[in-house]
Design a protein around this ligand. Sequence first.
Ligand code: 6PG
Length: 249
Amino acid sequence: MSVEIKIVPDNPALNQMAAQEFQRMAESAITQRGRFSVALSGGNTPRGVYSLLAEEYKTAIPWEKVHIFFGDERHVPPDHPDSNFRMAYESLLSRVPMPPANIHRVRAELDAKAAADDYEDQLRTFFRLAAQAWPVFDLIFLGLGDDGHTASLFPGSAALNEASRLVAANWVEKFQSFRITVTFPVLNHGSQVLFLVSGAGKSQILSQVLRPGGNQYPAQRVRPVNGRLLWLVDQDAGKLLGPENSTIF
Ligand code: 6PG
């Protein structure tokens, strides 16, 4: 596994670099395999990247060959303000010429366990997986929570220990609600895993998570088996990182 940390000046630069990475990986996957599978992250940080893709890459990417998945989803209907699908739909998916069949949504309006089972079935079908096989996403976007969570793999939650399922219904105590999340084996079989971290509020947790050899935080357990791990960070978030472990752009 190769780990890269790229620090860019500010949030607009982070959005630009993430969008360029998305396009580059899409072109590579489509050239090699005729399609590009990407798992989107939720929350606030990626919204700017998704909007930029819609505004500046609408004609630069063959969206009919792009397949959109989600690394996690809140246990709410797709039209709920907290829905990661709704955020991605409003910022990107409704603004590019993407066939609806290419949007693989977590059906989080179902009972949480049923939603996880359904999404696991969707992954197995799309990736044509044998019983013990793992999906290999071409790109997985991830964010970093200030408690060190990523996707919906929260500290102390049961899904942290899930080693055989692709998707888990994960009870998150601090929210008193379920989340539906892919598991670490899925994240760690990704071909390219790209963390997007922005803002001074993340500087403390980012410096702790990127400390070599750490294992305390869920985000530290994202170690792609064969893939590339890139931390794309703006200067505010990266202000506590030493010069030795980052490339300034
Ligand atoms: C979610 C995300 C979650 C997010 C982090 C960071 O469903 O909220 O998948 O893992 O990436 O919480 O969120 P921000 O980008 O909003 O800080």
